[in-house]
Design a protein around this ligand. Sequence first.
Ligand code: PRF
Length: 376
Amino acid sequence: MKFDLKITDPKSKARAGTITTDHGEIETPIFMPVGTVGTVKGVHQTELKNEVNPDIILGNTYHLFLRPGMDILEKAGGLHKFMNWDRNILTDSGGYQVYSLSGRRKINEEGVKFKSHIDGSTHFFTPENVMETQRTIGADIIMAFDECTPYPCDYNYAKRSMHMTHRWLDRCIKHLEKLPFKYGYEQTFMPIVQGSTYKDLRKQSAEYIANSSQQANAIGGLSVGEPAEELYAMTEVVCEVLPEDKPRYLMGVGTPINILENIALGIDMFDCVMPTRNARNGMLFTAHGSINIKNKKWEDDFSPIDEMGITWVDTLYSKAYLRHLFASKEMLGKQIASIHNLGFYVWLTREARKHILAGDFREWKDKMVKQMDKRL
Ligand code: PRF
């Protein structure tokens, strides 16, 4: 993997760059649609490619390990071939998904024992076997196995957990040295900063992660219920420590406003289920605020879903029609809303890049934050 940092905004810490992998270029800042089980929910690969047009999507080790399982993915020749996606893929390690199972998992120094959400069967993830699993899935970017601490989290737990995540990182790196790439292209490994909402721990963790000298770095443990100010404060502390010449990925963040504010603090990569999950509940993101399409006020509004027309669904369908689809519980409604929201998120990060390159990111960001902070 190669990262060319093209420009840093003089009035903020925003950056524009290009990551190059064996599956093509990723222009940063970037939003990566989430495709947990090898599908971005409700969106065909052709629509995803032609309309949403992301350079990279996400998959989840936890889900893919349980179903279809590693035998099938290995036989398929990896996830790219299995799902027919020839651009970049990143897989999360399972550190967060296992954390979300709260009642159904046990963490110790060796790893995490958990019960499958599908059939209740028991499994054990370790830093070592999660690296093997990610080799078999075959994403271009693979993540360290970490513990995502909850919010709030007491200081001593956060500190102990952070040190364990660091020891797990060392085990991931050591084990990866023994594991060749499986499908003829490279995989880039990303370590993850933890440390809850404590500045000293975040700084310490960022130093540890930076010293591991990997090609890119990630920040985890945020967007777990903390106020936005704490999220921004942690990003700021960590970005001061992480090297400038490597991509920075803020995991699981966030609202359109969170994304712009974190770009301003020096983040290059984002992912979040919000655009697709909220779409399935009838919530649309636009440059002028969010819309609950199920609201009665849209019943006879025949204006386009979004005048901006970022994706073709935006002008092909009216708000009244989309509201009708949701009222009738038709699956097309969820599909249309998912394409719209993903198109909007990817547009937002591309626009941010344009404004960073043009030198007016700060003014544009402030205007957009004000504009988007509304319910229509
Ligand atoms: N760790 C991992 N994946 C994640 C997170 C984390 O802390 C988060 C935090 N919001 C999202 N996804 N491995």
